[in-house]
Design a protein around this ligand. Structure first.
Ligand code: ATP
Ligand code: MG
Length: 419
């Protein structure tokens, strides 16, 4: 029979890697909560129209990266990102009522049919935030600062840079777009086929192209910052001022546009040079027109998403973690000692320790081997000699030291050693 294999671009995640995932997911979530964010759990499947209207018909994601299929006459897609789906949920659940600032975070797998490579998979995990109902530039600074501080908390701040830009709004962007089209049209023959098409459909996306030829042409293209209207300009100046007040380091990258259509004004990316071509660890921006374009009230919003697969890759490189083994391995050999063993197991687990025992009640020698395999710190041996004195032998498996301890004192003894 042919060996069953996973689908291209999808991964099994297990073993030591899981420790990094837990660490990142737990730290980032508790950090988000300290900023007042509440978790939002979104469906993995949405009607394709949510993404077509939310992300934009001419974006890479919608044009070629979605896993889409028909479900009883309806086109549905696996989610390629969280924002459009969260806006759909915000509108559908009437969350603008009562009015006031809303702060949500989400965590989950996303799906994009991209060419798999280092840091780029077809199923990947994002953790992200969205804030609705405020257009204050101080909020933009807070959100950019939050993304930077996540990297700081994880010990990654020396390996990342925060790049920011303003990509204008429907008032000032059209003139910029016109000039961009003029510029790229004069280099049309040298652009890749995708960018030749983008010239007609979505010229800003050419600036985001990863093909070398296109990148070098884009170097001399006009920049959006010289086209900003007064409103966008004042907003951007305030964001920069607040970031400096917050001591958040940033660079201005006037060529950075984001791959999704819904952004206005502030756009930002946290980048690293340690992951090859997959350089963005997290990215986001302001999307004031999005809720309205999906059929809701005119609502300002801003958010970002962090790529957890890339965070884990960086952590493994930079911050190696030791695998945490079992705390205590308890050894029973017959039903009498098993009764004591099960009591200890239950009590120690309830106190948060990692506790294991041997289901086959094997010989002492074999159980010491098993304890070794689980990397246990302590063994509690409930042999008949010890039990006849109402005692257990507690062995430190690192130093090899052993002590006889009263059964009633075993839990306290272990607690004192391990805390
Ligand atoms: P890229 O320029 O690398 O394609 P993107 O602009 O498409 O990124 P976003 O849609 O902004 O990415 O998603 C936010 C974050 O999610 C990215 O910064 C990245 O860390 C992560 N991410 C995006 N696509 C993938 C993928 N295919 N595999 C792993 N992580 C990804
Ligand atoms: Mg992409």
């Amino acid at each position: 029979m042919a060996l069953l294999q996973k689908v291209k671009g999808f991964r099994d995640i297990f073993g030591e890697d899981i420790n990094y995932w837990h660490m990142a997911e737990e730290k980032i979530q508790s950090f988000f909560r300290s900023y007042g964010f509440k978790e939002f759990r979104l469906p993995v499947l949405e009607k394709t129209s949510v993404y077509k209207r939310g992300i934009g018909e001419t974006t890479d994601i919608v044009e070629k990266e979605m896993f889409t299929f028909t479900d009883s006459d309806e086109m549905v897609s696996l989610r390629p990102e969280g924002t459009a789906s969260l806006m759909r949920a915000y509108i559908e659940n009437n969350l603008h009522n009562p009015p006031g600032i809303k702060k949500y975070y989400y965590l989950g797998n996303m799906f994009r049919r991209e060419r798999p490579q280092k840091g780029r998979f077809r199923q990947f995990s994002q953790i992200g935030v969205e804030v609705l109902e405020s257009d204050a530039p101080l909020l933009d600074a807070e959100i950019i600062g939050l993304l930077y501080n996540v990297a700081f908390e994880l010990g990654l701040s020396d390996y990342v840079n925060m790049e920011i830009n303003s990509i204008g709004c429907p008032t000032c962007r059209p003139k910029y777009k016109d000039d961009l089209v003029k510029y790229f049209s004069s280099h049309k023959d040298d652009l890749c086929d995708d960018c030749k098409r983008r010239l007609e459909t979505n010229p800003l996306r050419i600036l985001d192209c990863k093909v070398e030829k296109c990148k070098s042409i884009a170097k001399d293209a006009p920049v959006i910052l010289s086209y900003l209207c007064d409103d966008c300009n004042t907003h951007f100046e305030s964001v920069k001022e607040y970031l400096s007040m917050m001591n958040i380091p940033f660079n201005i990258n006037p060529k950075m546009v984001r791959g999704l259509d819904y952004y206005v004004k502030t756009a930002f990316e946290l980048v690293t040079d340690r992951l090859g071509a997959a350089s963005a660890v997290g990215a986001g921006g302001r999307y004031d027109g999005l809720v309205k374009s999906l059929g809701g009230k005119d609502t300002p919003g801003i958010g970002f998403a962090i790529g957890l697969d890339r965070i884990v890759e960086l952590l493994k490189d930079i911050n190696p973690m030791e695998d945490k083994g079992t705390d205590v391995f308890i050894m029973a050999f017959d039903n009498e000692s098993l009764a004591h063993c099960l009591k200890f197991v239950k009590e120690l687990r309830a106190q948060g320790f990692i506790v294991e025992y041997d289901y086959s009640l094997a010989s002492m020698k074999s159980q010491f081997k098993k304890a070794d395999k689980t990397n246990a710190s302590y063994a509690v041996v409930l042999g008949s000699n010890e039990l006849s004195e109402n005692k257990a032998a507690v062995k430190d498996l690192v130093t090899g030291e052993q002590e006889l301890v009263q059964l009633s004192e075993v839990i306290n003894y272990i607690k004192n050693k391990l805390i």
